[in-house]
Design a protein around this ligand. Structure first.
Ligand code: 5GP
Length: 209
């Protein structure tokens, strides 16, 4: 009996290190696939089109919305961000686990469509650490950093709607924690409805012999 993959939604404060953590997870474990989002924001230095994001104009993005090509989308600090639908559906069906690294409005839209989705929130250990990490990145102006902090406060208020919170104090520990969390979530009864139904059918077949 082939099991479908599970859908993991990861959100976190700006500067939580979630991007780095996700890339490491994909590198180390064979069953995870990271969804590449579409966005209208400008690429940061070192970011590649098709790898970090599909970079789109507003017109192109709105066309994707109209054609129903996005599983969810949201506006974040003045730009659109959205998850291409086809990749997620095809990859789950192939048995791989899909990770979406998206903000909370998108996360809740995904949860409304896929009730089994597992929602994980990553946080640095303190707000000072959030600020320092954003400052160190050096790619955002003070004004954008402030907007991201204001948004951070909003995010802190909705964390209780997630299934898990993981504090990124030490990168290695955090990667291990997330992997273990996903692995145990995979064994939850609500992820295994199809398997259980198949077992019941097999019992019936055996008993009717
Ligand atoms: P950044 O500009 O720092 O790469 O991302 C800004 C925010 O947008 C992050 O919180 C990130 O998780 C979120 N984000 C990235 N892709 C998507 C997406 O496809 N949908 C939604 N709703 N949010 C996304």
């Amino acid at each position: 009996m082939k099991k479908k993959g599970i859908l993991i939604v990861v959100s976190g404060f700006a500067g939580s290190g979630k991007g780095t953590i996700m890339k490491e997870l994909i590198k180390r474990y064979d069953n995870y696939r990271l969804s590449v989002s579409a966005t209208t924001r400008n690429p940061r230095p070192m970011e590649e089109d098709g790898k970090d994001y599909f970079f789109k104009t507003r017109e192109e993005f709105e066309e994707m919305i109209d054609k129903g090509e996005l599983l969810e989308y949201a506006e974040y600090v003045g730009n659109y961000y959205g998850t291409p639908r086809a990749f997620v559906e095809e990859t789950l069906n192939s048995g791989k686990d899909v990770i979406l690294e998206i903000e909370y409005m998108g996360a809740f839209k995904v949860k409304a469509k896929f009730d089994e989705a597992v929602l994980v929130f990553i946080s640095p250990p303190s707000v000072e650490e959030v600020y320092n990490r954003l400052k160190k990145r050096g790619t955002e102006t003070e004004e954008v950093i402030r907007k991201r902090l204001v948004r951070g406060k909003e995010e802190a208020e909705i964390i209780n709607k997630y299934d898990y919170i993981i504090v990124n104090d030490d990168l290695e520990e955090c990667i291990g924690d997330i992997h273990n969390t996903i692995q145990s979530a995979k064994n939850a009864i609500r992820q295994n409805g199809d398997f259980i139904d198949d077992m019941i059918k097999e019992f019936d077949q055996f008993l009717s012999k």
